[in-house]
Design a binder for this molecule. Sequence first.
Ligand SMILES: [Zn+2]
Ligand SMILES: [Zn+2]
Length: 91
Amino acid sequence: MSDMFHACSVARSRKQRRCDWCDELIQIGEPYEAYSWRDGGDFGRTTVHPECRAASHDFVASGGDEWLIGVITRGCCCERGDCRCNKAVEG
Ligand SMILES: [Zn+2]
Ligand SMILES: [Zn+2]
């Protein structure tokens, strides 16, 4: 279990970033959420789409622990190409 701190929401990204949940780009002008985390001796900073932040929150709340970046559908917890809910974004 990791600790989170310095969480923030940004309404308009000033540069292009990559989402650490779905591995899609966060374009300039799009909103994103970011937080720093600490897990034992590891530190990192995670940047995600707002809908991916919500999805990761649901994932952790339902007992999930680790995920593989880039195999998850944007905005939900399903594997890419195998989404079984209605939240998927095409592309
Ligand atoms: Zn995302
Ligand atoms: Zn899904």
